[in-house]
Design a protein around this ligand. Structure first.
Ligand code: DGL
Length: 263
């Protein structure tokens, strides 16, 4: 069981920002990654639809013998993690949500910005997160439609992307925020572009590394940490395997074989 793989999924390539943190912290683990590109963007889908995709992914990874599951997607987590934990009570499942708690602790101006998908920002789970951790700070939320599609096409720098991103960042900066939460796993790939738009003393916070640490904790508790050699990451996509193959090296992964995911 220790040498069994870990299943990781996202609506697309965003979860690769989390995968990289897992590879860094847990280099012995074998990883399976599904990019649900055929159904992107999750951020504009209904919670019911996303819950159904989460259930398909979980069923697939169970069949693959995965010892743990990582929802490398904020939007999928707010919609689906509770059902998955109910359906698989003994399976280690790691979800993720915008880093409101660390951002509220870090801000000096008392204003925090959140860039995330419409689905995440409209969810009850996000509202609960604000109630719990952001009572003493002002939180400015900004949905970012269109960013995910550009990143999926391998665009991390174009003038079109810059203009779109600038339009999302300018209003939150105008409120005086000094801490920006990247509440969607696609956005860490925009950090270099974002840094060129904001002052040096504005921090960017994402949760990929915290997810890897939580995964490590859950595996260690159950004596499930892999000891031996890992296998190369296995990739699947419900979109076009050729497109994913092409974009992998741009996003920090080695070019790999990508299989078709048709569930
Ligand atoms: N990467 C996903 C997240 O963390 C969602 C992107 C999408 O809208 O599909 O929220």
């Amino acid at each position: 069981m220790r040498e069994a793989p870990i299943g990781v999924f996202d609506s697309g390539v965003g979860g690769l920002s989390v995968l990289a943190e897992i590879q860094h912290l847990l280099p012995h683990e074998s990883l399976l990654y599904v990019a649900d590109c055929g159904h992107i963007p999750y951020g504009e889908k209904t919670p019911e639809f996303i819950r159904q995709r989460c259930s398909v992914m979980a069923g697939f990874f169970r069949e693959q013998g995965a010892k743990a599951l990582v929802l490398a997607c904020n939007t999928a987590t707010v919609a689906g993690v509770a059902d998955l934990r109910r359906d698989y009570p003994d399976w280690p499942i790691v979800g993720m949500e915008p880093a409101v708690k660390p951002a509220a602790a870090a801000t000096r101006s008392g204003v925090v910005g959140v860039l995330a998908t419409t689905g995440t920002l409209q969810s009850a789970k996000f509202a609960a997160l604000l109630d719990r951790f952001a009572a003493d700070v002002k939180v400015i939320t900004q949905p970012c439609p269109g960013l995910v599609e550009l990143i999926e096409s391998g665009d991390l720098h174009s003038p079109e992307l810059r203009t779109l991103l600038q339009g999302y960042v300018t209003p939150i900066l105008a409120h005086g925020c000094d801490t920006i939460i990247l509440g969607c796993t696609h956005y860490p790939f925009l950090k270099p572009l974002l840094r060129s738009m904001i002052a040096d003393d504005v921090s960017l916070i994402d949760t990929g590394a915290a997810v890897a640490r939580q995964l490590h904790r859950l595996l260690a508790e159950r004596d499930l940490l892999a000891q031996g050699m890992n296998l190369p990451v296995k990739f699947w996509t419900s979109g076009d395997p050729q497109s994913l193959r092409k974009i992998l090296p741009l996003l920090g992964q080695i070019p790999s074989n990508v299989q078709n995911f048709d569930l």
